[in-house]
Structures are given as structure tokens and as C-alpha cells.
Design a protein around this ligand. Structure first.
Ligand code: BGC
Length: 772
């Protein structure tokens, strides 16, 4: 990392990764020369560029330094607005937004509007499933619905930038923020990233119902050592480029005009002082002409601890001695806007005088920020339509709710269903049991935005609405969303005092729905866990209910893969519902009673035991492949299998499917050619249902070891009983090539194996050869 001058070395072999949609790769754009990369939008909009230049020429150094400052809702004052501050985030009151905007536009010398921003991650008021859940749908229309509604609701209150999509590929279930992204796969993550950007921005994000997106966190934040939040990461260049960067590239290609640099260091270089990721790759290789904002106080955190001046905020990385040093490192690496800490604003003048930063670089940062403000239409329409912003009819409409319900149902994954335990019969009496059985708060997940608990439908409410038989409820134990050290064991199902009542409820009903999982605070930012079992005594609760002999099913609400070996051993059926959002109860009831046939698939591997982590389907092979019966092979002495409990791409249905007739249209292809892959999916059961056709490849002989499988296409299909469909995908160099450890995209001759099926364990296979 941090090796400058790579651009020249890369120039001859840059192959721009393809634009992707579900169903496979549609088109690959490529260039032999960096100078021939797609022309940026500047060329297309000379009008904006002229306005930016004109404004920039009038700006004083102080005004420029204000423009690169981003303040929180708690920091912004009238004086900041008057001085021309660049951005404000987390302010959501439309009256206050308007107040500061009026000051900025009417009282600041150059009348430059403020860009207001917010973390709209899986909904603003209409809360959708967490992104990990949405990715389980393997259907980008779920992300499209989410971000279309989210952008409209966010823009209605006067906010024009969202800190989304969060595209951090992660192999770390201990890390709470795995909930916010698309899981462990770069291809799936890329498809969802692009869908979110396109939906939120539309063709023109100056439209009143659109916002500019900020793709985050650049980069490799999803792989903190030990799974501990904000921790460092160290990785090879090939891994960074093959696994972690593709969703960022997909978001930028889809038009994302802002990006956020990350807290973590990669190989010793923090994300917000990282010239390679911010400038060499993002701005130069990818021709990104928007701006990069830092994460929260991430510029201050570049400093060594303790800081010379403790008032300047946090410290830690030790790549800067003091505030001026941090400002210099951040700006020169490519960070254009500083969030919360104020080092660039405070020390910029001094740094210019000392020639430690250049006016050209400061102008570049300001130009990028102004460009986005013009594109967002802020100069023409800076103010908030208060009537609309305060009208309840602007938010959570009936159709928004219907979309959230459909998305939540599509995001659920049926992990186990022995003997057709599901669907349940709504005419039978049902006991809803468990700490999350009548819960609204946790259903909204860790980034609930402006979602309101009272808008959320609990599982009990959802079941009552659809059951014709009697419905009873017993909580069993409590999961309360409290932060340590203010939580007690009882807040995490640490007491069995309610288990007798739960058992009695089970005994009095024909069937039981056990609602278990995590509180929303146990996932998300700053919520790493060192154990990923069901928290507290929930396993014991399962065992007590099982002992009643009543038919029961487990519904899980959680934000990460859990270790479910014991749950799997005990429960006949398990439905992974994630945190489904405001329509949680209705959507889960739709699936439990069979109104919706579940068709989601896991976007992330579920380990058998925590010790297997990191465990992911697209791992590289080793010289001693797993063999649990052989001592000197890669294995765990104390595990009967190297396999995960549930693999990537896995998920059941109330019907069954068959995948066959794999066909390649050619057996050899030039590096510039395309192979068309087709196969059939047939519903072999008695109910209509959804399956996800999945296409994987493997390169068995390459200059560096290639992953045993790589997802390169998928398509969610709906089929009536007995019906078949043929799915079709195109593979080209963007699929069978890869990045090497010098950051070059290489396409090597040789055999490529293709696998087709409906999970990452698919074994239907054929091969083709890439010729020289
Ligand atoms: C998070 C970002 C978020 C920012 C502003 C940070 O703590 O890491 O994802 O956008 O806060 O809320």
C-alpha cells in the first residue's frame, strides 16, 4: 500500500470491471490506456465547471478552508453558516436545516449553500431490512425499492447527501457492522451497491426526490483484526483489489459522486491518509471527480496519543505528530472534507505558508465539493419545502409499507425445515414465545435512521393479523437494547425466571413460534462480539420448549451470522429473518403461514464454531486441503468438518428445485471474447417458489492461487410447480481475469471451470479454455 507511481505501471493493462446486473454481466468496458478511461462528467457539463471556477476565483483562503469543513448537528452554529461551512450531517429537523441554509445563502459572502447529509442506510422513516438482509434476497430490486423511498424521504427534509451505500465486504461475523453491508462476496456486493446508487441518485440527483450517495468506507474496513471494531487490517494488494474494492468501483461506475474514507489502517496506512486508495485508485484510476469526506474525527485520529492539544479530539494512529501534521497527511492523501474534527480548517493557512500543502490541492478539494453542490441543484433550490417536510403524508405511505413488507419477506432465508415443519397452519392455536416475540424497537436494526418504534409491526401483531386460531404470547426472557456497562445479564436473556410461563404457553398451544436473536444494539457500529452464539440463555429456552414435545419453529432476528450448531441440532425449522424493518411482523407472518414462499440465500457464511472465523466460500486453496481424517492437513482437531454450518448462497424453500442442462456456447475463447453460459432451473415440488440460479467460476492454474469458487452471476427466478426456466450469463475477461499483487489486472490463458447451481456448493460443472 501507499506505493506511489503505480499508475504508470498499471496503465497498459487496466481493464475496467464490468457493469453488472443480476443475471450476469451485461457489458464490460475496457481500456488499454488510462487516458482513454471514460470521460468524466465534467466534459458533459461545462456549464457547471465554469460556475465552479468562477466561484473558486472569488474565494478567500478562509472561505476555502470553511468549504472543506463538515460539522455535526451538535456543532453547527449560525457563525459557521455565515462563514460558509461546507457541510452539516445528522441534522434532520427541516426547520433547523432551513434556518442554517438561509444564513449560508443569504448572509455568507459568496452565498454558497450547505450540503446537508445523513446516514440513510436502510431507510429514513420507512425502515427496510438491514443491508445484509437485503443482500440475502439476491434481488437488487429490493435495494432499488429501499433507496428510492429512502432518497425521497431524506430529500424531503432538505438533506441532499446520504452516507450510503456501505459496501464493505466482510468475512468477520464478530464485527457488528457486517449488518450494514452486502456480505462476503464482491460480486453480489457490487450488484447491490450499483442498485442502491442508481435508485438514490436517479439520472439527476438535483431532482427533489433524489440525493447524492457517498460510498463507504474506503477501504477494507470490513476486515478488522480479531473482528474488533475500528481495528487495523493488513492485506495483500490482490486481496484488496479482488475482494474489497469491486463494490466501490461498481458504486462509482453507477454514479456515486461522493465517498467516505475509513477509520482503519490498511497495512499501516489509515484510510483518510491513504494516497493509494483515495487518490491513485479512486480519483486517478477510476476517474472519480466528486469529493471524499473523512469519517467521524478520522483526521484527528491520525495523530499520535496523547495529542499535544487534547481539545482537538481523539488520536491514535500515530502517522501524524499533531493537528497540522494530520491535516497535511489527510489533504495530501486525497481527503477533501474533514468530518467533526477541524484540523484542515484550523491549520490550513499555516500549512500553505509552510508549503506543506499546496493551493492547487486545496482548490482541487474545494472544486470537487462545489461541483457536487451544483450537481445537487443546491444553488437553484437551497431551501426546504416546509409544508411537504412536515406533512406526515410525505413519509411511510401505504405503498412504502407494502414495498418494505415485500422486501423483508424476500430477504428471509429458510435455514432448516425438517419434515415440512413450515409453513404453519394459521387455523391452529399458536404460542409466540421469546424475547423478540413482541418487539418493535429491535426490528428496525442498527441504522434505524428516523424510523420510529411505533411504526414497526411486532411479530406477535403480524401473527395475530393472519392467524385464525388463538394466539398467545410469553416473552420467556428479556433482550433490552442497552449499552455496556449499563446492561445487566438479564438484558441479554440472562434470567430463566420467565421460562416456566413460556413452557406453559407452549403446552397450551398447537404450535410454537420461538422469536430469538440479538438486540439491535448488539449489531452495527461499535458492536463487535467475542462470541456469536445466541446471547444469554436463549439456547436453554429452545431446549425447554423442545422438551414440551410441541411442534416449534425458530425465527431469528439478528445482524450477523451466528454460530447455530446447537440451534440446528435442536430445532426442526429455522427462519433467518435478520432485522426486517418496519414491516417485520407482517413479513415474517407472510412466510410462516406460507403466503410467501421463502427464497432468500445467505450472502455470508455461517460457521459451525467461532474458531473457524474467518470462513468464507471464496477462499484460496492450500497445499494441504482439508481432510478431517488426516493429521497433516488443514483442519481443526476438534471439529468433525471444515465446512461451515450453512454455506454462502444457501437457502431452502417450501418447494424443491433442480438445476441441470449446463451449457457453454464455446469450449475456448480469446482474452477478448465472451462465453455464454446457460442452464435450467426447474421447480420439482408442489408449490410456486423462488430459487436463485448461481454461476461460479474457478481458475485451477494461475500465477497466484485463485479462489476455489467465485460468484460471477445470479438470477432470482419465480417458478410454478413443474415449470422450468433457462437462465443465461455472459463471462468475459472481467470475470476470468484477476488482480495480481502489483495491482495489475491480468488475464491468463488456461482452463476455467464453471459451476452452476443454487448455492456455493454447486457441483454441476463444465470448462472452457482461455487462449493466449
Ligand atoms: C460511521 C460512519 C457514519 C458517520 C456519520 C461514523 O461513526 O463510521 O459510517 O457515516 O459516523 O454518522
Amino acid at each position: 500500500m501507499g506505493r506511489r507511481g503505480r499508475r504508470a505501471a498499471v496503465a497498459a493493462v487496466v481493464v475496467v470491471l464490468s457493469s453488472m446486473v443480476a443475471g450476469g454481466v451485461l457489458a464490460a468496458t475496457r481500456s488499454d490506456d488510462e487516458s482513454a478511461l471514460a470521460p468524466t462528467r465534467q466534459a458533459a457539463d461545462q456549464g457547471i465547471e465554469r460556475k465552479v471556477d468562477k466561484l473558486l476565483r472569488k474565494m478567500t483562503v478562509d472561505e476555502k478552508l470553511q468549504q472543506v469543513q463538515l460539522l455535526s448537528d451538535g456543532q453547527i452554529t449560525d457563525a459557521d453558516a455565515k462563514a460558509g461551512v461546507g457541510g452539516v450531517f445528522s441534522l434532520t429537523d427541516p426547520a433547523k436545516i432551513d434556518h442554517f441554509q438561509h444564513i449560508a445563502v443569504e448572509q455568507s459572502r459568496l452565498h454558497i449553500p450547505i450540503l446537508f447529509a445523513y446516514d440513510t442506510i436502510h431507510g429514513y422513516r420507512t425502515v427496510f431490512p438491514i443491508p445484509l438482509g437485503a443482500a440475502s434476497s439476491f434481488d437488487p430490486s429490493v435495494a432499488t425499492a429501499d433507496d428510492t423511498i429512502a432518497a425521497r424521504e431524506t430529500a424531503t427534509v432538505g438533506i441532499k447527501q446520504i452516507y450510503s451505500p456501505m459496501v464493505d465486504v466482510s468475512h468477520e461475523p464478530r464485527w457488528g457492522r457486517i449488518a450494514e453491508g452486502g456480505g462476503e462476496d464482491p460480486y453480489l456486493g457490487s450488484v447491490f451497491a450499483a442498485a442502491r446508487v442508481k435508485a438514490a441518485q436517479g439520472d439527476d440527483y438535483s431532482a427533489p426526490d433524489k440525493v447524492v450517495t457517498s460510498v463507504k468506507h474506503l477501504a477494507a474496513y470490513g476486515q478488522p483484526e480479531g473482528g474488533r471494531e475500528y481495528n487495523t487490517t493488513d492485506m495483500s494488494e490482490q486481496r484488496l483489489r479482488n475482494l474489497y474494492l469491486p463494490p466501490f468501483k461498481a458504486a462509482i461506475d453507477a454514479g456515486s459522486d461522493t465517498a467516505m474514507c475509513s477509520f482503519n489502517a490498511i497495512s499501516g496506512v489509515p484510510g483518510c491518509a491513504n494516497h493509494e486508495t483515495e487518490t491513485d485508485i479512486l480519483k486517478h484510476e477510476w476517474a472519480f471527480d466528486g469529493f471524499v469526506e473523512s469519517d467521524y474525527t478520522a483526521v484527528a485520529e491520525l495523530r499520535a496519543c496523547p495529542p499535544k492539544n487534547p481539545d482537538e479530539g481523539p488520536c491514535g494512529h500515530g502517522v501524524a505528530a499533531d493537528g497540522p501534521d494530520a491535516a497535511q497527511a489527510a489533504l495530501n492523501a486525497g481527503t477533501d472534507m474533514e468530518m467533526v474534527s477541524t484540523n484542515i480548517r484550523d491549520f490550513g493557512k499555516q500549512l500553505l505558508a509552510q508549503h506543506r500543502i499546496s493551493m492547487a490541492r486545496l482548490d482541487d478539494a474545494v472544486r470537487r465539493i462545489l461541483r457536487i453542490k451544483f450537481r445537487a441543484g443546491l444553488f437553484d433550490h437551497p431551501y426546504v419545502d416546509q409544508a411537504k417536510a412536515t406533512d406526515p403524508a410525505s413519509f411511510v405511505t401505504a405503498s412504502d409499507r407494502a414495498a418494505a413488507r415485500g422486501a423483508a419477506a424476500k430477504s428471509m432465508v429458510l435455514l432448516k425445515n425438517d419434515g415440512g415443519a413450515l409453513p404453519l397452519d394459521p387455523a391452529k392455536s399458536t404460542a409466540v414465545i421469546g424475547p423478540l416475540g413482541d418487539d418493535q424497537h429491535d426490528m428496525l436494526g442498527p441504522w434505524w435512521g428516523q424510523g420510529k418504534d411505533e411504526d414497526a409491526v411486532s411479530l406477535l401483531t403480524g401473527i395475530k393479523a393472519q392467524a385464525s386460531g388463538a394466539v398467545s404470547f410469553a416473552q420467556g426472557c428479556t433482550i433490552a437494547d442497552k449499552e455496556p456497562p449499563n446492561n445487566t445479564p438479564a438484558d441479554e436473556c440472562g434470567s430463566d425466571a420467565g421460562f416456566d410461563a413460556a413452557v406453559a404457553a407452549a403446552q397450551g398451544a398447537d404450535q410454537v413460534v420461538l422469536a430469538l436473536g440479538e438486540s439491535r444494539g448488539q449489531s452495527g457500529e461499535a458492536a463487535s462480539r467475542s462470541e456469536i452464539d445466541l446471547p444469554g440463555l436463549q439456547q436453554e429456552l429452545i431446549d425447554r420448549i423442545k422438551a414440551t414435545g410441541k411442534p416449534f419453529v425458530v425465527v431469528l432476528f439478528n445482524g450477523r451470522p451466528l454460530t447455530l450448531s446447537k440451534v440446528d441440532a435442536a430445532a426442526p425449522a429455522i427462519l433467518e429473518a435478520w432485522f426486517p424493518g418496519i414491516e417485520a411482523g407482517n413479513a415474517v407472518a407472510d412466510v410462516l403461514f406460507g403466503k410467501v414462499n421463502p427464497g432468500g440465500k445467505l450472502p455470508v457464511t455461517f460457521p459451525r464454531a467461532l474458531g473457524q472465523v474467518p470462513i468464507y466460500y471464496n477462499h484460496e486453496p492450500t497445499g494441504r486441503p482439508c481432510d478431517v481424517n488426516s493429521k497433516y492437513n488443514s483442519r481443526y482437531r476438534d471439529l468433525p468438518s471444515c465446512d461451515p454450518l450453512y454455506p454462502f448462497g444457501y437457502g431452502l424453500s417450501y418447494t424443491t428445485f433442480k438445476v441441470d442442462n449446463l451449457n457453454l456456447d464455446k469450449s475456448s475463447v480469446s482474452r477478448k471474447g465472451t462465453v455464454k453460459v446457460t442452464f435450467d432451473v426447474t421447480n420439482t415440488g408442489a408449490r410456486a417458489g423462488d430459487d436463485v440460479a448461481q454461476l461460479y467460476i474457478h481458475d485451477p492454474v494461475a500465477s497466484i492461487s485463485q479462489p476455489v469458487r467465485r460468484l460471477r452471476g445470479f438470477q432470482r427466478v419465480t417458478l410454478d410447480p413443474g415449470k422450468s426456466t433457462t437462465v443465461s450469463f455472459n463471462l468475459d475477461a472481467s470475470d476470468f481475469g484477476f488482480y495480481d499483487n502489483r495491482g495489475r489486472f491480468v488475464v491468463e490463458p488456461g482452463r476455467i471451470d464453471v459451476y452452476a447451481g443454487d448455492s456455493s456448493t454447486a457441483d454441476l460443472t463444465k470448462s472452457f479454455v482461455v487462449t493466449g
